[in-house]
Structure formats: structure tokens, C-alpha cells
Design a protein around this ligand. Structure first.
Ligand code: GEK
Length: 240
């Protein structure tokens, strides 16, 4: 895994982009920037194992380098599932295809290049949107989730993980401090942390846990629960 050193040098105040440079170090970046990343994938697998039938279709929207689908295909090998990952970064998908080609799952996992707010989805049994809705314009999120609801079969499962803001200012600051400590413990320097924060401003726009829950409920999901939270990172499960 190539080490993420992107923000060790200045990036000239540019906004964060999912380009080739980022794709190259993305797996290291994510494992050092998203607390309990591997655990969330593992819990997602457990949820799908308990909800899916023997056959089915699973989407991963904002699939990046394919880590989630490759891990799930291993964890759910006893089921006969097909997996589709969609991302609008060609560089991410190139990595995803390279990684998948080295696994036994090259026939079950496919990738599509596209904007997940516009791409037509087939009727699916499960949809995963991990750490990606936060990059969609807030005004577009209600429609986006409605589309996911329409694409799921009755009984289908939606998994959404997001960075969130705490509604109370003091708690928000405390949670943010916890996250900064996490990044320092992962070996990121103060300057790297602050440059990335600046680059992500207006690009990654988190909502609160309740706002996300309401979006899911308003889109028609009757059962919505959080199954994991680490300070300002939350994973939701919703069923149609
Ligand atoms: C993981 N889920 O490993 N259409 C398609 N792709 C998009 C869009 C869009 N409108 N907006 C952003 N992306 C992954 C991690 S990363 C999270 C997801 C992060 C894609 C973008 O290209 C990137 O690959 C991904 O969403 C977000 O669990 O970097 O914090």
C-alpha cells in the first residue's frame, strides 16, 4: 500500500479531488482517516449475511478502489451475489479493477463509471453508500436517497456511513478534537491535517446524525437505525 504523503507538500489552496494522485495512495489514506474503517465493512457484511437471500445484487456507490466489495465478496462467498461498484473517478476505478483482477471475484464484481446521483440502478437487494453522500450537494441528497429507495426491492437494505456534525457546539468541538487525535496517532502531522481540512472545506459537507436519519425516513425507509458510531462518524442501516 503506497503511503499517503499528499498534504506533506503544499497543494496551493486547491479543493480536494479524487484524482490519480489521490487514487494512488487512497487505501492508506482511508485506513488512516476513517476510524474503524475495516470494522464497518465487516459489520456491513454481517448485516448483509443476515438479510440477503441466496442470490442477489449489491451496489456500492462511491466504491473508490473497490475495497468494500472485494472484502464483502470474500465474507459472503457462501451466497451467490453479484456486485456492482459505481464511482465518478476514473483513476479510482482503474485501481479497483486492478485490485479485483488479483482476487477470485473478478467475475462477480463489476465497476461502472458514473455520477451516482444520475446513474440508473437495477432493482437491488442491498445498496452501500459509505463516506460518499457527504460529497453530494446537500440540496441533492433527498432526491438521491429517494432514487436509492426506488431501486431497492421490498425488504432491501441500505447501508450509509457518514462523517457527521454534533448539533451541540461544545460536543462538536470535543468530537473534532478526538478525531484530530486519531489522525495524529495515525502519523499525520499538524500541517498535513490542517491542509487536508482546508482542501475538504465546501467539498465534504457533513450533516448531523438526526438530519441524515430524517432524510432516510422522508425517502420512505420505515426502519432506520444507527449500527455504529465513533464520535463524528456514523453508520446507518435502513430497510425498505
Ligand atoms: C470506501 N466507499 O472504501 N458520483 C460517483 N462517485 C462519487 C460522487 C458522485 N457524485 N461523488 C464522490 N464520489 C468508499 C470510500 S470515498 C470517501 C468512498 C472519502 C466518489 C469519489 O470519487 C470517491 O471515490 C468516493 O466517492 C468517496 O468505503 O474519500 O472520504
Amino acid at each position: 500500500m503506497t503511503k499517503d504523503t499528499i498534504f506533506q507538500s503544499g497543494n496551493g489552496g486547491k479543493h480536494f479531488e479524487f484524482n490519480r494522485e489521490v487514487a494512488e495512495v487512497f487505501d492508506d489514506m482511508l485506513s488512516r482517516s476513517v476510524p474503524f474503517y475495516g470494522h464497518v465493512i465487516n459489520m456491513t457484511g454481517r448485516i448483509l449475511a443476515g438479510s440477503l437471500e441466496q442470490e442477489g445484487l449489491v451496489y456500492d456507490l462511491g466504491c473508490s478502489t473497490g475495497t468494500t466489495l472485494i472484502t464483502l465478496a470474500g465474507q459472503l462467498e457462501h451466497l451467490n451475489l453479484s456486485y456492482i461498484g459505481i464511482d465518478n473517478s476514473a483513476a479510482m476505478l482503474e485501481k479497483a479493477r486492478e485490485k479485483t483482477a488479483q482476487t477470485p471475484f473478478k467475475d462477480t464484481i463489476t465497476f461502472q463509471h458514473g455520477d451516482i446521483t444520475e446513474t440508473d440502478l437495477q432493482q437491488a437487494d442491498a445498496i452501500i453508500v459509505n463516506y460518499t453522500m457527504q460529497f453530494i450537494r446537500p440540496a441533492d441528497r433527498a432526491n438521491f436517497i429517494k432514487r436509492l429507495h426506488n431501486s431497492l426491492k421490498p425488504g432491501g437494505v441500505l447501508i450509509v456511513s457518514e462523517k457527521v456534525i454534533a448539533k451541540d457546539q461544545t460536543l462538536h468541538r470535543r468530537f473534532t478534537d478526538m478525531y484530530l487525535d486519531f489522525k495524529r496517532e495515525q502519523g499525520y502531522s499538524e500541517i498535513e491535517i490542517s491542509r487536508k481540512r482546508e482542501a475538504l472545506e465546501y467539498v465534504l459537507v457533513p450533516l448531523s446524525r438526526d438530519e441524515n436519519t430524517k432524510l432516510l425516513q422522508r425517502a420512505g425507509f420505515t426502519c432506520v437505525e444507527t449500527f455504529f458510531q465513533w464520535f463524528n462518524f456514523v453508520s446507518f442501516m435502513a430497510m425498505k
